[in-house]
Design a protein. Structure first.
Length: 131
């Protein structure tokens, strides 16, 4: 694999966590392997690996863009990633408020519902692990 792929995998693991990436890697097939390489090199090895802005800021931008474009299926994964990127619940709320004003209240409202549900799952997981 390329250096960009290796860097992308490193950043992907840092942001999403080993468990998530390991599950995705196990689910990879010959059919979708070229696509997985593309996103690992392009998204994770180029965009997310850039030091132009912080992971916190990149996380907020990503969540806002996902909500604004209606790509809701990716929002829970990126909400979970906020535990590693440093984006707080307040940061996420601020991002979705921008979405409401500039891209539409219904999209922001749906994204907020997904975030609330994902945060609740994360807190429940934390409580189970603390026992």
């Amino acid at each position: 694999m390329s250096d960009r792929y290796d860097k992308g995998m490193q950043v992907r693991r840092k942001v999403l966590g080993d468990a998530h990436v390991d599950r995705a890697e196990r689910a990879k097939t010959p059919f979708d392997e070229p696509f997985q390489t593309l996103i690992t090199e392009g998204a994770w090895g180029t965009v997310w690996a850039s030091d132009g802005i912080s992971l916190r800021e990149r996380s907020m931008l990503t969540l806002a863009l996902l909500a604004a474009t209606g790509n809701f299926e990716e929002i829970p994964m990126h909400i979970r990633a906020t535990a590693r990127t440093g984006a707080s619940k307040q940061d996420v709320l601020e991002a979705f408020q921008h979405v409401a004003i500039y891209a539409g209240v219904p999209r922001a409202n749906h994204a907020l519902k997904l975030a609330k549900a994902t945060y609740a799952e994360m807190e429940a997981d934390d409580e189970r692990h603390d026992r």
